[in-house]
Design a protein around this ligand. Sequence first.
Ligand code: GLU
Length: 459
Amino acid sequence: MRALTALLLCATALLTGTAEPKELTVTTIKQDPYTMSRDSELEGYCIDLISELAKKLGFKYNIQLVKDGRYGTLTESGNWTGLIGEVTRGEADLAVAPLTLTATREQVVEMTTPFMQTGISFLLRKDLASEESNFSFLTPFSSDMWVGMLIAFLLTGLCIFLVARISPCEWAEPETDENSFTLLHSFWYITGALALQGAGPHPKSLSGRVISAAWWVFAVLLLACYFANFNSMLNSDTKHITINSFEDLANQDVIEYGTVNGGSTMSFFKNSKNPTYRRIYQHMERWKSYVPSMEEGVRRAQEGNYAFIGEAVSLDLAVGRYCKLTRAQDVIAMRGYSIAAPLGFPLVKNLTVAILQLSESGELTYLRDKWWPSSCIGAEGAHDSGPLQPHSLRGLFLLLGLGLGLGLLMALLELASKARSQAKDNKKSCCSVLAVELSRRFGSSGESTSPEASDKNKA
Ligand code: GLU
């Protein structure tokens, strides 16, 4: 590929009447961490990328910064600004920058396959994105988790009630004894356990005790998880996030928001047919809330009351650096960053192949890791402690389920063994005795079926 590129460059040199293959002029834009100046030198992801590509394809180049500091949009007079403008006017051979591949740009310049994928999101201060709620005591668990707990509570109450009815060790004589585990008492009993208060009477049968023990373990571990998460949520900056999506952003007018002026993100909102995105564009146009550069957007977001809309991969860098900032989960309009060259530029195909090779060999991932360090990792408040989801406590629910199943099975076995011995004594079939037992225990007059029993109860 190196020889082919050299040949292409020589052919271009011959066609343009120069003996030496000329040095390519590469234009770029200052944006952390793609291109940054250190002393008099430039460094960053894009600088490393072009040097790798030059090594692979064997060309020489010199780098210059874009004169107007823009990425490139089409002006009303039909001219392109920024990086795209420099490439179309022949002032540069290549534009190597976080330059988004868009349909309109692809019509006027040649663009390689993307070297990085991203989408549009927004950045704002954590304290703006969150709100103190009266019900913040509910936040340690997600709504699914609360629903799961309610189901577990109802099932356990029901199981205790059933077991107390089925098990002869709990309720020996349905005709004469009163069953202390009514449905109401069963729920009261497990409510007591949930609040670590003993609300007796306790089950006497082994089956009932198995269910109680499973519920106690469930309740204690659940409470431990609740308090641990409650504590970490109180101490972290992550409260109830209220501005999560572009819809939320568009529906409020307290927080100002804007994009980089003259970039593809601004064009996206301008050309979008989606009513929410149109409203966002109209708002930005009315208040002229654009920023000249990514750095300025991040600075305004840090100052407060400003949400900076930009490309997720670049916003993540700011979130990694400034722990007070957070990025919304909503990511729209997936796009990629590409290298731009003039239409018909012979090197584009080779650049695309080289980018793919760098990606396949893991070089692009290495560069990404090199230039996207996060100083926020481990910093106070950086660690997100979101509400606990049921799948995190799957084992706990499973344990309770096992306890309930085992308890019910044991109660049935206890009843079956009593029915068996009765069947033996009365010389009846075991099934019929079991059926009679069950109907005595669950029949409408389950608690007192015989006249003697009611007399006894009255007495
Ligand atoms: N990457 C964008 C572009 O190529 C610039 C940043 C932005 O618009 O968010 O135009």
